[in-house]
Ligand binder design. Structure first.
Ligand code: KIV
Length: 325
């Protein structure tokens, strides 16, 4: 077990007061001493105790997806706290229609690329469809690949109570697990499509039950996807672990978005919760059009893009060619 909630001194009763769930010294049992999270040192690797420290201090956690080295390098440089190597890479990077086409080999390879770039950001590898659903043993073996081959700091898997034994088995193997409930794209056909979840009292209560199962199983955090903001707030109040949001409102301890959505690089559809921060597709398209025009016109390459042969060698070459004629 990786009993962070217990280590942090949090009880299972709802946190009805406003007091912190991670009191001073709360992580001492696990880490020997409480490490002060020094977030002024931007190059220091973010760790789980540091994430807990951020929550303690009321600092919100920034979380973005990345699927390759250059994107992860820029996110890391910009100060993104956590990077998810999402199975959404199957859609954003490979053009598949859903996340279900992501394979373990693909996920491990792109996780390794992201991990090489992430000097500070905490990297979470997303377990793809059928890499954990069949059995606890398969789940542990595949989670291990994300750590050993992918260099990830933790793994994420979808599902609540039904996945509790998978979480417990992976955590027992010493691998931190992030839970993922609400809209769980790998189970889209079971939950009625890519739709917001927890919009009636019964299903909202179901999400709260799922949270408890996941916490008892030992998750270090939970991602809530597309849950109404008021429901998410109730979940956060009762949570013993950091709650990250993708489309679940501002009460959560941190926010995740898909990098291709915020840059305008994913054009198939845009979920309601996305905020677009740049139109990189437009910038890239303009650059490609300029290149095509330059090549067609002969404006590229110019002299500064070509290599030179020294004049003396050039003369020798000309003589050799004449002799050969
Ligand atoms: O793969 C992914 O990017 C995800 C998000 C949709 C949460 O799992």
């Amino acid at each position: 077990m990786f009993p962070l909630a217990a280590i942090a001194g949090a009880e299972s009763e709802p946190n009805t007061t406003n007091k912190s769930l991670w009191p001073q010294g709360g992580l001492a049992g696990y880490h020997g001493r409480r490490e002060e999270a020094d977030m002024t040192d931007k190059r220091k690797k973010v760790t789980i105790p540091e994430l807990y420290g951020m929550v303690d201090r009321g600092e919100r956690i920034s979380f973005l997806t990345a699927y390759d080295y250059p994107m992860a390098r820029l996110e890391d440089r910009a100060g993104v706290d956590m990077i998810l190597v999402g199975d959404s890479g199957a859609m954003c990077m490979l053009g598949h229609p859903t996340t279900l086409q992501a394979t373990m080999d693909f996920m491990v390879q792109i996780t390794a690329a992201v991990s090489r770039a992430a000097k500070r950001s905490f990297v979470v590898g997303d377990m793809p469809y059928m890499s954990y659903q069949p059995s606890d043993e398969i789940a542990v073996r595949n989670a291990g690949r994300f750590i050993a081959e992918g260099g990830a700091d933790a793994v994420k898997l979808e599902g609540g109570a039904r996945m509790a034994s998978r979480v417990e088995a992976i955590v027992d193997a010493g691998i931190p697990v992030m839970g993922h409930i609400g809209l769980t794209p790998q189970a889209a056909s079971m939950i009625g499509g890519l739709k917001s979840q927890g919009r009636d009292a019964e299903t909202a209560l179901g999400l709260m039950e799922d949270m408890e199962f996941l916490e008892d199983a030992g998750v270090f955090s939970v991602l809530l996807e597309a849950v109404p903001a008021r429901v998410a707030e109730e979940i956060v109040k009762r949570a013993d672990v950091p709650v990250l949001s993708i489309g679940s409102g501002p009460a959560c301890h941190g926010q995740l978005l898909i990098v291709h959505d915020i840059l305008g690089l994913f054009e198939a559809f845009t979920p309601k919760f996305v905020k677009k921060y740049a139109d990189v597709a437009q910038t890239m398209t303009a650059a490609f059009e300029d290149y095509v025009r330059d090549v067609r016109n002969g404006d590229f390459p110019a002299a500064e893009h070509t290599y030179r042969i020294p004049d003396e060698e050039w003369s020798r070459l000309q003589e050799a060619l004449k002799e050969a004629e």
